[in-house]
Design a protein around this ligand. Structure first.
Ligand SMILES: Nc1nc2c(ncn2[C@@H]2O[C@H](COP(=O)(O)OP(=O)(O)OP(=O)(O)O)[C@@H](O)[C@H]2O)c(=O)[nH]1
Ligand SMILES: [Mg+2]
Length: 450
């Protein structure tokens, strides 16, 4: 049977000029093919143009927001609040991943308590103030030493659990707990033996915690510990009391962290972690991208590559930290560090177009500290004789941050300032909605989007 399509297998002088196909075979010139390939080529060009237009449009709908501030200022907690509001299902899915991290928070608190009790009792009389002298009775000492012996197996898991949860990365300066990089929840769910799976240190820790529950409770209410808490001689993480008060619930074998547990967890961020949620404003979807960064000094260089693209900066400054010093530099007062850092952010030229939001955070802790009689003037001498009351202290810190902005802002932008208490879901959610809308509206104005 002759072929329907004439294929010329060889070239002769009388044969018309031919074109070479991809396969190496030669095809005769054909007007139909030329027109068809032109049509296809035009179609492809059109598709590419549409695709590039679509990508450009998608990029214009991207709102990039950086969460900046020193370590422990509450950046990741704010990110979780955004997640609760805009993507609560994803937080729900992640709850099992948080379980070993909550357990780690308790183990770390128990370890700190035992170490600090040891130190306090082995350095009697170091405090000249006789009021602050802690002298346990014989029975108290006996109970303490029994509790220490019984809690040792749990505390012995501290380092291996920290290493397992941090993905085997060893600690560096300024990082002394568990820390995570981008995508850790996904990793732990994809590989159950890494976190919480059979055989992992996390499982051993859960079992050890279940057995140690009553001893932890006894330690936490012990007279010596109570006295140390009262005299502020116990340097626990800020969220440790919350977890220690809830140890019975958290050490149950079928425990699953609730939203408050997830918000209270202390987990240091390493590098820059991107989180993305769709946000609907006036019927248009925006691709809201949050960049949560590690705030310790050694981490700050990683922020800069993200500056040029940033639509907005949300800067968090914990104003309860007036009596604290940086973990990575114990000579620097934490309010002073926040002010220095805010100065750098306000004056950074790469950020000159970014919308600026300042959150003076941890107001709940500030109130609690002032109520317990801690005096601001003792740590910040310039506070002088002003009243040691929340309203006065909060206004004083606000004035300092506003002054930095007024003097150093590179583009005379408006500064949007909020007092926040990031563990308070209801209060924070309304701030989130306001801040989110203001940032998107400014983005619309800048990009000419409608
Ligand atoms: N009481 C109280 N605790 C808060 C508040 N905001 C955050 N925290 C707690 O402070 C601790 C540190 O918060 P994070 O959000 O992890 O701090 P971060 O800024 O992300 O820290 P890095 O990742 O190290 O830079 C966590 O235990 C939070 O639960 C607040 O407003 N009040
Ligand atoms: Mg963080």
């Amino acid at each position: 049977m002759p072929s329907a399509v004439p294929i010329v297998q060889g070239r002769s002088s009388s044969a018309p000029a031919s074109i070479e196909g991809d396969s190496g075979i030669l095809l005769p010139p054909n007007r139909f093919y030329d027109e068809e390939s032109q049509r296809i080529s035009n179609l492809i060009d059109e598709e590419l143009r549409k695709e590039s237009q679509k990508q450009k449009e998608a990029r214009r709908r991207q709102v990039k927001v950086m969460l900046l501030g020193q370590a422990e200022s509450g950046k990741s907690t704010l990110q979780k609040q955004f997640q609760i509001y805009y993507a609560s299902q994803s937080l729900d899915r992640e709850r099992p991943s948080w379980k070993p991290i909550v357990h780690f928070n308790i183990i770390k608190a128990v370890k700190t308590m035992l170490e600090e009790i040891d130190y306090e009792l082995s350095h009697p009389g170091e405090d000249l103030d006789i009021e602050e002298f802690i002298r346990p009775t014989a029975t108290e000492s006996q109970t303490l030493s029994l509790l220490r012996t019984r809690l040792l197996p749990l505390v012995a898991l501290h380092d291996s659990l920290a290493s397992e949860l941090s993905g085997g990365v060893s600690f560096s300066r300024g990082l002394t707990g568990v820390f995570v990089r981008a995508g850790w929840q996904g990793l732990s769910q994809a590989n159950p033996t890494r976190r919480g799976g059979p055989g992992g240190v996390a499982v051993l820790a859960a079992k050890a915690l279940d057995s140690a529950r009553e001893d932890i409770e006894a330690l936490w209410v012990h007279g010596v510990v109570r006295q140390m808490v009262k005299l502020r001689k116990l340097r626990l993480e800020e969220s440790a009391p919350f977890f220690l008060d809830n140890v019975a619930r958290i050490s149950e074998p079928d425990y699953l962290p609730n939203v408050d547990d997830v918000l209270n967890v202390r987990l240091q961020t390493l590098g820059v972690i991107e989180h993305s949620f769709p946000i609907n404003l006036g019927g248009t979807m925006y691709d809201w991208r949050l960049y949560d960064v590690g705030g310790a000094r050694g981490q700050r260089h990683a922020w800069v590559p993200y500056f040029e693209d940033a639509t907005a900066i949300i800067f968090l400054a914990p104003i309860s930290a007036f009596d604290q010093y940086l973990e990575e530099d114990p000579k620097t007062n934490r309010i002073d560090d926040s002010l220095q850092l805010f100065t750098l952010i306000c004056s950074n030229k790469l950020l000159k177009k970014a919308h600026l939001v300042l959150m003076l955070n941890k107001t709940d802790l500030l109130k609690a500290k002032l109520r317990s009689g801690i005096r601001v003037q003792k740590y910040i001498t310039s506070y002088g004789n002003r009243p040691n009351k929340y309203d006065d202290v909060a206004s004083y810190f606000r004035a300092h941050f506003m002054q930095v902005h007024k003097r150093k802002d590179v583009s005379n932008r408006s500064l949007y300032l909020h007092f926040t208490s990031m563990l308070d879901i209801k209060a924070t959610q309304s701030i989130i909605v306001n801040v989110g809308e203001a940032i998107i509206r400014q983005h619309i104005a800048q990009t000419g989007l409608t």
